[in-house]
Write a protein that binds this ligand. Structure first.
Ligand SMILES: [Zn+2]
Ligand SMILES: [Zn+2]
Length: 143
């Protein structure tokens, strides 16, 4: 039997296969291509291929800002007795020695893999809701 499909002869040859004869074919449906939807500004959604150049630059700038945030390796170190953040509030996991972490200007720390996607959606600290970009801009101005 041919596997090419879409061929009326193969349907006739397959009459004992249990397919119902005389059933009308499903109505033709227009397929819209699957394109990821971006939300460049709240309340506005746009297809990815319709982002303006300005919006693409804004996304690239945000990625650049995130990469400017100081990054490090979690080390409980000598001040382990102090009361300090030991848990990443995004994934609710305790930091372990050697975890790659990101320091926010408000001194909260998170896993790099947790905070980076968060900051792409909301540029605020998930613990204290401090806007990260404003703090960043002020540190840039003082430099
Ligand atoms: Zn985490
Ligand atoms: Zn914070």
């Amino acid at each position: 039997m041919s596997c090419v499909g879409g061929d009326d002869l193969s349907l006739l040859n397959d009459s004992e296969g249990g397919s119902l004869p005389g059933e009308p074919p499903p109505p033709y449906q227009q397929h819209t291509p699957q394109v990821p939807v971006f939300h460049p500004t709240p309340g506005e959604s746009r297809l990815a291929n319709q982002l303006t150049e300005e919006e693409q630059i804004r996304i690239a700038q945000r990625i650049g800002l995130i990469q400017h945030l100081p990054k490090g390796i979690f080390d409980p170190g000598s001040d382990a007795s102090e009361k300090k953040v030991k848990e990443c509030v995004i994934c609710m996991m305790d930091f372990e020695y050697g975890d790659p972490i990101r320091f926010l200007p408000c001194l909260h720390i998170y896993h790099v893999d947790c905070i980076d996607p968060w900051l792409m959606r909301s540029f605020t600290c998930p613990s204290c809701m401090e806007p990260v970009d404003a703090a960043l801009l002020s540190t840039y101005e003082t430099n």
